[in-house]
Ligand binder design. Structure first.
Ligand code: NAD
Ligand code: UDP
Length: 328
């Protein structure tokens, strides 16, 4: 019998790829989303599929959907969008996790939870192993997301200890690829959109801060593996350990788009982590997983997708997408 998979946040960037991958595996897929940071067009190609269905629902309210696995992805993930209404973000993270876990407690479903490298905050340990407990400012602008995700992890492990709910916690590091919202304000989408339009690339700070970018197909393969592995409770870091500065990323995007855009330095947002790089030994050992797509190749695929869409048809999900920051 086909696995029945519920994907909250399934219309978003990662969720849409996950739904596609689960359908290809033969699952029945239910996508539950309130389209806060996404649009139906992203899952247009899936709607016609006989094993796919869509439920419009806000995860801050309880829901009852029978499934074998709940992939809990619903949550704004781009800094501008999660900071737009921080109280709502905290509710989405905490109540969304609570409702997934309550449902799993009743139905016996496995919960695969999308946590984040943001639980490490602005890390004082580099690179980051899962044992590192992080350095998060609990009252800063990013706290609604970081602390929300930390509390969601706490709920996952307490439901496991108290109610024996089968959980899998993935700590996802920066991921990019086709289906990113062109106005999510994240660095990859900003740089590509700007380079293709001939606009200046907005480099925040001196651009020496680093991130490790994972291509979406690698990430989704890891998430699906976590759903399949009974000993993958985690937390498990999922990300590409190859680290780049934002200046290196900007120059690579300029090269791959053959753009003559300039770089414009803007002020660095508050609490912006200076570096981030996953140790993925646990993912290798438990899941036999490691990323395969080089940044250059993944960016080329992402640029091709951005070139194929009409950016003017996309409305920013919130007015708070990056670009409004002051130049230094
Ligand atoms: P996204 O914004 O593209 O997708 C999030 C989806 O959740 C959207 O479809 C949105 O409409 C939906 N959503 C938001 N609030 C909701 C609510 N209250 N009820 C129902 N649906 C709601 O972001 P993404 O990059 O695809 O991220 C997906 C998940 O992965 C998030 O939980 C995020 O925290 C996590 N994550 C992503 C990254 C990354 O680099 N993309 C890194 C770490 C963690
Ligand atoms: N960033 C940048 N220009 C932009 C958007 C982001 O230089 O137009 C920087 C940002 O300050 C951060 C890094 O890129 O240091 C990654 O930002 P993103 O919002 O993509 O993800 P996160 O900060 O959540 O890792």
């Amino acid at each position: 019998m086909a696995t029945r998979s519920l994907v909250t946040g399934g219309a978003g960037f990662l969720g849409s790829h996950l739904c596609q991958s689960l359908l290809e595996r033969g699952d029945e897929v239910i996508c539950l989303d309130n389209l806060f940071t996404s649009r139906m067009e992203t899952i247009e190609s899936l709607i016609a599929h006989e094993r796919f269905s869509f439920i419009e629902h806000d995860v801050t309210e309880p829901y009852a959907v029978e499934s074998d696995v709940i992939y809990n992805l619903a949550c704004p993930a781009a800094p501008g969008h999660y900071q737009y209404d921080p109280i709502y973000t905290l509710k989405i993270s905490v109540l969304g996790a609570l409702h997934a876990l309550e449902l799993a407690k009743q139905t016996g479903a496995t919960v695969v939870h999308a946590s984040t490298s943001e639980v490490y905050g602005d890390p004082q340990v580099h690179p980051q192993p899962e044992e590192y407990r992080g350095c998060v400012n609990p009252i800063g602008l990013r706290a609604c997301y970081d602390e929300g995700k930390r509390a969601a992890e706490t709920l996952m492990f307490d439901y496991n200890r108290m109610h024996n709910v089968d959980i899998r916690v993935a700590r996802i590091f920066n991921t990019y690829g086709p289906h990113m919202h062109p106005f999510d304000g994240r660095v990859v989408s900003n740089f590509i959109r700007q380079a293709l339009a001939g606009d200046a690339l907005t480099v925040f700070g001196d651009g020496e801060q680093s991130r490790s970018f994972c291509f979406v197909s690698d990430l989704v393969r890891g998430l699906v593996r976590m759903g399949e592995c009974s000993d993958a409770m985690g937390p498990i870091n999922l990300g590409n350990p190859k680290e780049f500065t934002m200046l290196e990323l900007a120059n690579l995007v300029l090269e791959l788009t053959s753009s003559d855009s300039t770089l414009e330095h803007m002020s660095l947002p508050a609490d912006d982590p200076m570096q981030r790089q996953p140790i993925i030994d646990r993912a290798k050992a438990v899941l036999d997983w490691s990323p395969e797509v080089e940044l250059r190749d993944g960016l080329a695929e992402t640029i091709a997708w951005f070139s194929s869409i009409d950016v003017d048809e996309w409305t920013p999900p919130t007015p708070n997408w990056a670009g409004g920051l002051s130049a230094t």
